[in-house]
Design a binder for this molecule. Structure first.
Ligand code: DQA
Length: 145
């Protein structure tokens, strides 16, 4: 089974971007750890990060993944278009945020994705992606090695 990992705007700066909120791991480290975890759990992982809404939308349109793990970043709070894309392809997804969006500015408390997600993970840093992948495997009933 295939999982598409989608990371939204500014997440390319992880590691040096507001480490108090987002931790010290770079996106490259997160993706490489997750790729290993995918191999270990019989999943195939594809990754896209973009700062451009239309690039993320088109990646979702064009994927043949069975499951999506998405951190829409700031688009969480703004993008009806990205929400519509993920609903259009009807691929189940888990929403991940590194920071606890509920303990920050009020505008971060609304998500255009949460009501449609299989689950939402926030505030657990880079580990959140690992939990999401583990849940994706369970959701897809992938036999473990
Ligand atoms: C974020 C939280 C968002 O509010 C913010 O705009 C981000 C990252 C997170 O992972 O904690 O860019 O999605």
């Amino acid at each position: 089974a295939k999982v598409l990992l989608v990371n939204g705007p500014n997440l390319n700066l992880l590691g040096r971007r507001e480490p108090g909120h987002y931790g010290h791991h770079t996106l490259e480290q997160i993706v490489s750890n997750l790729t290993q975890q995918a191999v270990d759990t019989n999943l195939q992982l594809e990754h896209i990060q973009s700062n451009a809404e239309h690039v993320l939308i088109e990646a979702i349109h064009n994927t043949n993944a069975d499951f999506i793990i998405i951190n829409p970043a700031a688009f969480t709070h703004t993008s009806v278009a990205l929400r519509d894309a993920i609903l259009a392809v009807a691929i189940p997804f888990i929403e991940v945020h590194l920071s606890n969006v509920h303990s920050r500015e009020p505008f971060r408390q609304h998500s255009y994705f949460s009501d449609k997600a299989v689950g939402v993970i926030c505030g657990l840093g880079a580990q959140g992606y690992q939990f999401a992948l583990q849940s994706a495997a369970a959701h897809l009933k992938v036999p473990t090695k």
